[in-house]
Design a protein around this ligand. Structure first.
Ligand code: ATP
Ligand code: LTN
Length: 334
């Protein structure tokens, strides 16, 4: 890899992605991949922290790989791989576990939310999730991590662990910065605009999936919850309309002022249809390209294989350094 700085991010193959994942994360990956050396993972090990059907997890791993490519991640420019293919991730997570304290993990918002949601399966992995995420990031000497706003707390932990390790054992890790988009870093549910849009929501009308066809997109926007008065403007008192405006502006590259002017005097019905059309227009070609790629499993396997080889080389450079620093005797090879 050339001298550009490293950018790392990952997404879990825990279902079909929503436009929240797209706007908050994926589209920024594409924007940034020319200026950085991009390393992008399918975070399959993270997904195991919530019960999965093995066959569906395998399918979702290919779905997400194809979606990365369909959204413009170029496997020649960037490294695209599955987290479980590079065992350095779990190895570094173990070392980081020895400098991380339970209190730091039990107070994580996502841990608390997911413990409530999955009461019957509060496992150690769910609590340790942010440490594996820190390992993902730190292995690549990452400088920038594009994420949605909900992952900020986890990134802070990765920074804390890097600093703690460096202080204890000497300079080893770069301390990464987060990149949270200025707009649409937290897209809200269409049914309950006070809550984050999530692909695992039981109410299918609460989110737009990247797999929804144009009719479904329009139907879901028609049903989206709005607010009591009928003025189309951005305001904290109007979470429903503000969320729709955010989505509209993100997909059309318009400012709130431009959008408010465009819909001045128009009703919610017209506005919702316009949002639906803008979204459908952008995501339909991505959906079709993703489906085309899914028809070519051999190609997807090849991309993941090359990606894992490139990722592994980078990752073991850091891991060997870490093993040496903490006093492990390195295995002699050959
Ligand atoms: P789950 O619903 O299964 O917990 P998730 O969608 O919250 O999953 P990931 O798939 O791991 O979580 O998220 C991938 C990326 O998408 C992360 O950077 C995350 O911050 C971002 N993201 C998730 N939901 C949203 C949202 N509603 N708005 C903006 N960004 C989001
Ligand atoms: N936890 C992240 C997914 C993820 C990630 C990472 C993001 C796993 N490892 C490393 C950035 C960097 C999420 O978005 N839920």
């Amino acid at each position: 890899m050339d001298e550009k700085k490293i950018l790392f991010s990952a997404i879990q193959p825990s279902g079909i992605l929503t436009i929240g994942n797209y706007l908050g994360a994926l589209r920024n990956f594409k924007k940034l991949q020319d200026d950085y050396n991009g390393v992008f993972a399918v975070a399959d090990l993270h997904t195991l922290t919530v019960k999965q059907d093995p066959a569906i997890l395998r399918k979702n791993t290919y779905e997400l790989t194809a979606l990365y490519l369909a959204c413009g991640i170029d496997p020649e420019k960037s490294v695209l791989f599955a987290q479980s293919h590079v065992s350095a991730h779990t190895e570094l997570a173990w070392i980081l576990n020895t400098i991380c304290y339970p209190g730091e993990l039990s107070r994580m918002t996502q841990f608390k939310d997911k413990s409530q949601k999955h009461e019957d399966n509060i496992n150690m992995g769910l609590m340790d999730y942010p440490v594996l995420m820190a390992a993902d990031i730190l292995l690549y000497q990452t400088e920038l991590v594009p994420i949605g706003a909900d992952q900020k707390q986890h990134l802070e932990l990765a920074r804390d662990l890097a600093i703690r390790f460096n202080n204890r054992f000497g300079e080893t890790f770069k301390v990464p910065e987060g990149y949270i988009g200025k707009t649409a870093a937290r897209v809200m549910s269409l049914a309950e605009p006070e809550r984050k849009m999530s692909k695992s929501d039981a109410n299918l009308n609460a989110f737009i999936s990247m797999d929804d066809d144009p009719d479904t997109v329009l139907r879901k926007f028609k049903r989206a919850v709005t607010d009591s008065d009928d003025k189309i403007c951005y305001s904290p008192e109007k979470p429903g309309i503000s969320n729709l405006l955010t989505i509209y502006c993100a997909f059309t590259d318009k400012t709130f002022e431009q959008a408010e002017a465009e819909f001045a005097g128009k009703g919610y019905g017209d506005f919702k249809m316009a949002v639906g059309r803008a979204v459908a227009e952008k995501i339909e070609p991505i959906r079709q390209e993703k489906n085309r790629l899914l028809g070519d499993k051999a190609y997807l396997d090849e991309v993941l294989k090359n990606g894992a080889e490139r990722a592994e080389r980078l990752a073991y450079r850091t891991l060997n350094k870490v093993y040496k620093k903490v006093g492990l005797v390195l295995r002699k090879r050959g």
